[in-house]
Structure formats: C-alpha cells, structure tokens
Design a protein around this ligand. Structure first.
Ligand code: HEM
Length: 549
C-alpha cells in the first residue's frame, strides 16, 4: 500500500465531511424556523473565495459590513466546512449575547490554541463552563480591572504617556516617522500594562519582550481562525500518538516557553516581596494574598499576568493609533478637541490628567466615537451556542459559531448618520461610562459594541477607558496631527490597512508636530517630575527564552 500523508487524507475526505455536514443540517432543520440568510456561494467552498480574498486585502470588516446591509440582522457565511454567523444589530446582540448568555458564552473547541498553546489556562479561550474561566474573571477584576485597581494604574499611564510625549517632542525624525511612532505607542502601552500586571516596565521600543508578548498572543489568535489547524476540523487526528503530531509538539513547546518566561518573572516578584521592594501589581497582589486569590498553582497566576498584557496592550495601542488617524483626517474635530482641552487644562500650564475627563465632556464623546468608528476587535471574538435559539423568525442551531459584528453595528447608517464620518457631536449629552452604557435600558442608547456583550464582555474596559482618555487629551494638547509629506491625498484608509480588520496599519502616513516651545517645556518638566516620582522598576525583559516563532 502506498503511503498517503495525513493532510492528503484529510483533503480527500473534506468533500465527504462537507456532504455529511450538509445532510446533518438538513435533517436537523426539517420543520423548523429557517436559518439566517447566506450570501450565494459555490458547492463545497461556500463563500470561501470572497472571504479569503477579503482576508488577504485586510478588508473582512468591509465585506461583512456589506453583507450586514444586504442580509440584515444576522447572516451566515460558509467557508469550506465552517459556518460562521454574524450578529449585526443592537437588538440582536441584546437578545443573543445578553439575554441568552447562558446559551451563548462558550468558545469553539480550539485544540491547538486553547488546549495545547495555552494548556487551558487562558481566560480568553476557555469555555465559560470551565471552572477556571469563572475564577480567572473574578481575580482579573480583583487584581487589575475593577475601578479602584484601574485607578491604581493611572500613575503608570501618566508616566508612560509623558515619556512618549517627551521623546516625540524632542525628536523631529521620530515625529515624522509613522512606523517609529507606531512602535513607540506600542512601547508605552506594553510598558504601562506590564507595570500593572508584573510591576516591571519596558523602557525601549526595541526591547525583545514586546515582540515576545505580541508573537505569543498572535500564535494563539491565529490558531482560532477557521481552518488554521486541521486537527480542529478533524479532531480524530488528536488521537494520534504524539510523535505523529508535530503541531502539538510545537504548541506545547510554546506553552512551556511562556510558562518558563512567566515563572522567571514570578520569582523576581517573590524576591522583591521578601526584600520589601515590591511594586503594586496584579501578580504581587496574588502572591501576597493569604489564599493566593484561590489559585492552586502560582504559575497559573503568572501566566494570567502575561495573558492580561496580551489582552490589554494591542487593543489599547490600536485605539491610540486609530485616534491619530481620526485627528489627521478630521482637522475640524482636532481643532475643537484642542480648544475644549485647553479651556480646562490651560495652553501651557500643565499636562492633562485623567481627572480632567469629567470637566471636558467632548473627550468622552471622542472616546465613544473612536470605539464606534474603529472598534479594535471589529468582528468580535467567536462564541459557540450550546442550545438552539430563535430570533426574529430565524433559527441559530446549537453549536453555531457566532460573531458580534461591532463594525457593522457601528457603521449602520440607520443607527449612526454618516457612519464613516468621525463626528463626536453625535454623542452630545451622553456622558455615560462604558459600564453605564452597556447597561442602557434601551439598547438603542448604547454607545458602541467595541468591548463585546454579555457574560464574556471584556473585563478590562475601566482600564481601557483610562488609557484612551489620557492618550486623547495628551496627544491633542501636545501635538498637531497632520498627514506626512509623502501621504497620498486625499487620504484613503484602504491605502494603509492594519492587521486588525478595520484598523489602520503602521504605514499610515502621519506626522506629529509639537504645538509650541512652551508646550515642549511643560512636557520636559513634567516628565522629569514624573520620572523622579516613578517607582524603581525592574525591566520586564531578560534574554533567557529559547522559543523561535
Ligand atoms: C480598547 C481596549 C480593549 C478592547 C476594544 C477590548 C475588546 C475585547 C473584546 C471584544 C473581547 C471579547 C469579548 C467576547 O468574547 O465577547 C475582549 C476580551 C477580553 N479582554 Fe479586552 N479589550 C480591551 C482592553 C482590555 C484590557 C485593558 C484588558 C485587561 C486589563 C482586557 C482583557 C480582556 C480579557 C481577559 C478578555 C477575555 C474575556 C473572556 O473571554 O471572558 N481587555 N476584549
């Protein structure tokens, strides 16, 4: 018998699997409500060609936004053997993610990402029915994201943003280099959240710790995309002996490397507790708690601290970066924001601080508008239904993979006039926080859906709000945001797409100009003061990991 490789076998069996799935679907659906509509596709591949094409051009959000307009509140697409349902209206989100959250809070089974790369220890990928998920959500709130804990993180955000401003205000080359600015924004967000999670910071944008954290998170996320691992399509492959499963060996090696990385930092935090030099952080709180905040294994807490940086840093970095895009493309809004901020903070008296937010309603509108206009997780993180649901004459079968289409809801012209326009005034009078807004009695009043909805809503929104409010006030107060000299005008977001759908990439042609010498002086002085007051911190980095991505 000639040797047939596993991928070839899987490929040959794909049409059969497809036909069996179609048959099963037909049998299960007899006499029931219809499924949500689906754009026309071709046999076996379904909508794969359009979906893959949009993935390649980083424009999935536009394709699924168009489908939402064409097919309504829920549609589904079929990509080979995968079916994905997109939830595209505020009412449908309320009914499906909030009211039916007991049935819609599980994750798809990700053998490689969840079970092997993360060893079932990452809250983001765990099933809601897993006891660890509930425990981790509780300690995240206690240790980092409740209002008092988010407030405790303000000093790090103030320090890191002051450092960013000082660097840019005193370096014309950096101020005109979009990739450099993108990386420096990355440095300050990673450092601020490393400080909150581990009590350690990242002083340099080239520090390899940033890439290590980013690439670790990327491996997990890529592994959740439909079709990225054959074993998720054919779970029977998981039964093979380990020597025949190179994907598993690689995935488990990454987990071990991440664990070693986290354990090494945990030992440093333990030592600083013994020495009496410990900085307040998520991990320090767990380690100092009499009951270890309920962790059986301290290593899990250290691993969770890393997962928190992954969850927090890139989404916050993208928010600041997209905000710069808005300022560059909508100079009238920039001018108004500057006037509103200076009216409270002064022209060159001091730097804005988070506490100014309450006195500058326009900043609250800018935040809401930004997260509507450029939601960092534009197509949501998939959930799986555990029972059959009915909505508006349609049926979502048990086991459906559902996505909250934050992009489509935020760009629905019936919900938001001229949705592509960055227009904070649309929120005039709405001073609600993210928490208050998500609890609006009428979902039509909800500001945006950037943080998801229901039981799995992002637990970090108090922290994210602080990060964005400070970034907005300080960026606008300090810098004029203009297109770079090499920009192709008129600016078109399709010319600089980012890796996160719907968000600008690092090549966005942008330039910052410090607004005045007087402001530069305030920045320099305040940074000096912030640096003197900043607690001594060990660097997060070290050169002892072996993993090669
Ligand atoms: C602008 C910033 C942020 C955005 C837009 C954002 C958005 C999201 C979204 C859409 C989800 C998935 C929700 C779902 O599955 O339905 C999520 C999950 C999560 N986020 Fe955030 N996030 C941000 C900042 C943060 C911060 C600052 C932290 C922590 C300090 C954080 C920690 C997490 C965690 C741990 C999860 C997993 C929750 C779970 O699966 O139960 N995020 N976030």
């Amino acid at each position: 018998m000639s040797f047939v490789s596993i991928p070839t076998l899987a490929l040959l069996s794909a049409p059969l699997v497809y036909l069996l799935l179609q048959l099963q679907r037909w049998l299960e659906g007899r006499g029931k409500l219809p499924l949500p509509p689906k754009p026309p596709g071709i046999p076996f591949l379904g909508n794969a060609i359009d979906v893959l094409r949009s993935t390649k051009s980083n424009s999935q959000h536009l394709l699924f936004g168009q489908y939402a307009r064409d097919y309504g509140e829920i549609f589904h697409v079929q990509v080979g053997p995968f079916t994905q349902y997109f939830i595209n209206s505020d009412e449908a989100v309320k009914a499906i993610f909030d009211k039916a959250s007991a049935t819609t809070s599980e994750r798809p089974r990700w053998i490689v990402s969840n079970e092997q790369i993360c060893d079932q220890k990452n809250v983001l990928l765990l099933n809601a029915s897993h006891p660890r998920w509930k425990h981790q959500r509780k300690v995240i709130l206690q240790g980092m994201t409740s209002v008092p804990r988010a407030d405790a993180g303000l000093e790090y955000l103030h320090f890191e943003t002051a450092k960013f401003m000082k660097q840019v205000a005193n370096n014309d080359k950096l101020a005109g280099d979009s990739v450099g600015l993108f990386n420096e924004i990355g440095r300050y967000t990673y450092s601020a959240f490393a400080s909150q999670a581990f009590g350690m910071d990242i002083a340099d944008a080239k520090d390899p710790a940033i890439e290590y954290i980013f690439r670790s998170g990327l491996e997990q996320i890529l592994g959740t995309l439909p079709g990225s691992h054959l074993v998720d399509i054919l779970p029977i492959l998981d039964k093979l002996p380990l020597f025949l499963k190179p994907w598993e060996r690689k995935a488990r090696a990454l987990f071990q490397d991440n664990k070693k990385w986290c354990d090494e930092r945990m030992r440093r935090v333990e030592k600083s507790i013994e020495d009496g030099t410990v900085n307040d952080s998520f991990l320090a709180r767990v380690l100092q708690d009499e009951k270890g905040m309920g962790f059986y294994d301290r290593s899990e807490a250290a691993y969770l601290a890393l997962m928190l940086i992954i969850g927090a840093a890139d989404t916050s970095k993208m928010s600041s970066w997209s905000f710069l895009e808005a300022m560059m493309r909508f100079p009238d809004v920039q001018a108004k924001a500057l006037a509103e901020i200076e009216a409270v903070v002064g022209v060159a008296d001091r730097l804005p601080v988070y506490e100014d937010l309450d006195s500058i309603p326009y900043v609250r509108y800018l935040m809401k508008e930004l997260w509507r206009w450029r939601p960092p997780v534009a197509l949501g993180h998939p959930h799986i239904t555990t029972g059959e649901l009915a909505y508006n004459g349609m049926r979502l079968p048990a086991g459906s993979r559902i996505h909250m289409n934050a992009w489509a809801i935020g760009h629905d012209p019936a919900r938001h006039t001229c949705p592509d326009r960055f227009w904070p005034e649309r929120y005039e009078g709405d001073l609600t926080t993210s928490e208050q807004s998500k609890n609006s009695a009428n979902v039509k009043d909800r500001d945006h859906f950037a943080f998801g909805s229901g039981r799995r809503i992002c637990p970090g929104y108090h922290v994210a709000e602080r990060s964005l409010a400070i970034a907005i006030m300080r960026l606008v107060w300090a810098f004029e945001v203009v297109p770079a000299p090499n920009a192709t005008l008129p600016l078109n977001p399709r010319d600089y797409p980012g890796e996160m759908p719907g968000n600008p990439g690092e090549h966005m042609p942008i330039m910052l100009k410090v607004r005045s010498q007087a402001k530069r002086k305030v920045i320099d002085n305040e940074y000096m003061r912030a640096e003197a007051a900043h607690p001594a911190m060990e660097p997060l980095t070290h050169d002892g990991w072996s993993w090669k991505f």
